[in-house]
Write a protein that binds this ligand. Sequence first.
Ligand SMILES: Cc1cc2nc3c(=O)[nH]c(=O)nc-3n(C[C@H](O)[C@H](O)[C@H](O)COP(=O)(O)OP(=O)(O)OC[C@H]3O[C@@H](n4cnc5c(N)ncnc54)[C@H](O)[C@@H]3O)c2cc1C
Length: 393
Amino acid sequence: MSSKKEFDIVIAGGGLVGLSLAAVLGKADFQVAVLEARQADFDWPQGSIDLRVYAITRASQALFADAGVWPAVQAKAAPFREMRVWDAGGSGDIHFDSAELGEPYLGHILESRVIEKALLDVVADLPGVNLFCPARIKAFEEQADRQQVELQDGRLLAAKLLVGADGKDSLVRGYAGIHARASDYGQQALVAVISTQYPHEETAWQRFLPSGPLAFLPLTDGRCSIVWSADSDEARRLMELDDAGFCAALGEAFDYRLGKVLDCGERLLFPLRRQYAERYVVPRLALVGDASHVVHPLAGQGVNLGLKDVRELSDTLLQARQKQRDIGSLSVLRRYERARKGDNMATMLVMDGFKHLFGSRVAPLCWARNLGLNLVDAAPPLKNQIMRAAMGL
Ligand SMILES: Cc1cc2nc3c(=O)[nH]c(=O)nc-3n(C[C@H](O)[C@H](O)[C@H](O)COP(=O)(O)OP(=O)(O)OC[C@H]3O[C@@H](n4cnc5c(N)ncnc54)[C@H](O)[C@@H]3O)c2cc1C
């Protein structure tokens, strides 16, 4: 029998959300174990860009600063000062400009692997954080004042709290018997890095097409990362086009706002679903990030919501420790659930609403959404409120 290692918190899943939580808790002198199944490969070719990029809000930037990773990623973060959103099915057009709020930018576009590497470097330097990688959970069991966690290689860990940060197919959620309600959007998101004829103007662009939203996100090297959500058949058709055919289709779908699309690299598809866990906490267990909620990527909010979970859960645990309360007790964990469930659910419903509203070809709805976009564009107080929400402020 292997000897059991004791921690305050075991985090299953070392994606961006799990690693951020480990960094924040490690900095607060908690004893933390992170279990990650996948060994990251950071040996990427010079000049290449990760196909996974994220629009990071100001709130997430603040969390990265607290976690100690912002200085390492800042130079590779592409700020976007403006956002332009328009409707392919009419004249609706809205323009957000950070200058109207007296702010230098609305957010940043960052490569997933750049953040992940910076987070791994930070946690490697924190004496209280132990990374187990590659490692997978085999089972866990609540025992009096502990959660006992068994790894697939037979190692045993114990902690006052187990956190499931293991993504949308969370094994921890399933083992804990927490039901997740999921529905398939019937859409896939095609991602690629592309070059355009005209500069991106440090602007995040989004055109709502009847088949789904198409976003162009500005990168530091002048190229754009695109997220093109489309019905699954259409997405597969786009994947099968040769590069020239794809660039032509993309330029047209984007209304040539940045001129022609000159070239594109590798393309990847992500199936899209919405999903929410019925509970975020049970005694000695909490879920964070995609393990508890999955939203449509049309507003780039998934990781940002997960990082808000991190902020709330870490604050909850710090406060409980200060008051000498048990960090795994349900009464402590409920505070976290109460604070996050409503916000995550509201965001999911808004994303759903946008998807259905802009996917509709029904004439009165098309008219109403175009009018709505133009009205909001002409109403600075409302527009400023939307901008602040999009910045996570
Ligand atoms: C096309 C697309 C574009 C997106 N764009 C944005 C955007 O611009 N902004 C934004 O905020 N969000 C965006 N998102 C959403 C974002 O990708 C997710 O919300 C985010 O990756 C969730 O992070 P996570 O750490 O919770 O989960 P994951 O990234 O899924 O990480 C989970 C980790 O757990 C590990 N794991 C899983 N099972 C086990 C196990 N049994 N044992 C140990 N480890 C395990 C996995 O290897 C993984 O590393 C986008 C999503 C898509 C599909």
